[in-house]
Design a protein around this ligand. Structure first.
Ligand code: PBG
Ligand code: ZN
Length: 330
C-alpha cells in the first residue's frame, strides 16, 4: 500500500521542521541595513512616516552603529538627505564635498574597517524636481545625460570609500555607464555594483519620500520604474543589467513581489539576489503590530523568512537592529 499523505510525523520536532525549510536561515550576513544621513553631524531626527527610524548626522551614525557591528552587522546602505545644500536640475549636491554620504564614507571606513559600505545612487533627493533623471529643454528625460551624471556620482562615492554602488534611479543602461567609469578609473575590481534591477513603481515607497525628502514635485515615476502587474519586463530588466555587468541584483519592493524574486532567482541562481523590504512595508508592519493585529517580532521574522524562501539571499530592511537581537536570542 502506498504511504498515506500524512505530514505531522515530519513536523512534530523543531529540528524536523527546520529540515523542511531548506536554507532559509537569517544570519547577520543576510541583512543589509539602510541608513539616512544628514548634514548636521551631531543631530538625530526622528522620521514621522517611519516610527522607530531616524536620520543621523555622521557622528551620530558612528555611535548608532557601534553596538550593531558588535552584534554582527555586516553591511549598510547609505542614503543622503539634505536640508541646506542646494537642490537643482542636475542634483549637484549628490557628490559635493559637503554631502553627508561623501563625508560619512571615510569615517565609517576608519571606525568599522570590516563593515561593507553600500551607497544608494540616485539624484531624486538632490534635484529641484525630485525626479531620478535629468530633463532636457523640452522637459523630456535625457537618458544619456542622466546616466553620465549617475556614473559621475558613483565614481565620487567609490573614491570616498564605497565598496558597493547601488543605483536606484532606473535610467536605461546606467549599469554599463557606471561599470565603464569605474573601469576607466581603475576601480572596477575594487567596487561592486548592486543593481536595483527590478524596481516597481510602487506606493510602498511613500514613507521613504518623506524620509529622504525626495518626492517628485510633479508627475510620477511610471516612465522609468516598472508597472506593478508586469513580469516580462522584470525579466528583461534583470537580463539587461546582468549583461551590462551588474554584480548583484535586487527586487523591490519585497513582500508583494515574491513571485518576481523567484523568477529572478531562477534566471540567475548564481548571482546574489537582494530584496528590499521598503519603507511602506516597514510602516505597515509597525502600525499593524501597534494596533494589535499581530506581534511585531513574529511578523518581521515571518516576512523575512518568506523572502528567503522565495529566493532572496540578502534582505535590506529597516528592521535590521531588531532582527540582529532576535537571531542572537535564538
Ligand atoms: C530613490 C529611492 C527610493 C527608494 C530607494 N531609493 C524611492 C523611489 O524610487 O521613489 C525606496 C526605498 C523605500 O521605500 O524604503 N530612487
Ligand atoms: Zn530616485
Amino acid at each position: 500500500m502506498a504511504a498515506a499523505k500524512k505530514f505531522h510525523s515530519s513536523l512534530f520536532h523543531p529540528t524536523l521542521r527546520k529540515w523542511q525549510e531548506g536554507n532559509v536561515n537569517i544570519e547577520p550576513e543576510n541583512l543589509m541595513y539602510p541608513l539616512f544621513l544628514i548634514e548636521k553631524d551631531d543631530a538625530i531626527e526622528e522620521i514621522t512616516s517611519m516610527p522607530g527610524v531616524s536620520r543621523f548626522g555622521v557622528n551620530q551614525v558612528v555611535k548608532h552603529l557601534e553596538p550593531l557591528v558588535e552584534k554582527g552587522l555586516k553591511t549598510v546602505l547609505l542614503f543622503g538627505v539634505i536640508e541646506t545644500l542646494p537642490k537643482n536640475s542636475r542634483g549637484s549636491s549628490a557628490d559635493c564635498a559637503e554631502n553627508p554620504v561623501v563625508r560619512a564614507l571615510p569615517l565609517l571606513r576608519k571606525n568599522f574597517p570590516d563593515l561593507l559600505l553600500a551607497t544608494d545612487v540616485c539624484i531624486c533627493p538632490y534635484t529641484s524636481h525630485g525626479h531620478c533623471g535629468i530633463f532636457d529643454e523640452e522637459n523630456h528625460m535625457d537618458n544619456e545625460v542622466s546616466i553620465q551624471r549617475l556614473a559621475e556620482i558613483s565614481l565620487a562615492y567609490a573614491i570616498a570609500g564605497a565598496h558597493i554602488i547601488a543605483p536606484s534611479d532606473m535610467m536605461d543602461n546606467r549599469i554599463g555607464a557606471i561599470k565603464s567609469i569605474l573601469r576607466k578609473n581603475r576601480l572596477e575590481s575594487r567596487v561592486s555594483v548592486l543593481s536595483y534591477a527590478v524596481k516597481f513603481a510602487s506606493s510602498f515607497y511613500g514613507p521613504f519620500r518623506d524620509a529622504a525628502r525626495s518626492a517628485p514635485a510633479y508627475g510620477d515615476r511610471k516612465c522609468y520604474q516598472l508597472p506593478v502587474g508586469s513580469k516580462g519586463i522584470a525579466a528583461r530588466a534583470a537580463e539587461r543589467d546582468v549583461e551590462e555587468g551588474a554584480d548583484m541584483l535586487m527586487v523591490k519592493p519585497g513582500m508583494a513581489y515574491l513571485d518576481i524574486v523567484r523568477q529572478t532567482k531562477d534566471m540567475y541562481p548564481h548571482l546574489p539576489l537582494f530584496i528590499y523590504q521598503v519603507s511602506g512595508e516597514y510602516a505597515m508592519l509597525w502600525h499593524g503590530a501597534k494596533n494589535g493585529a499581530f506581534n511585531l517580532n513574529a511578523i518581521v521574522m515571518e516576512t523575512l523568512t518568506s523572502m528567503r524562501r522565495a529566493g532572496a539571499d540578502v534582505l535590506i530592511t529597516y528592521y535590521t537592529p531588531l532582527v540582529l537581537d532576535l537571531i542572537q536570542k535564538k
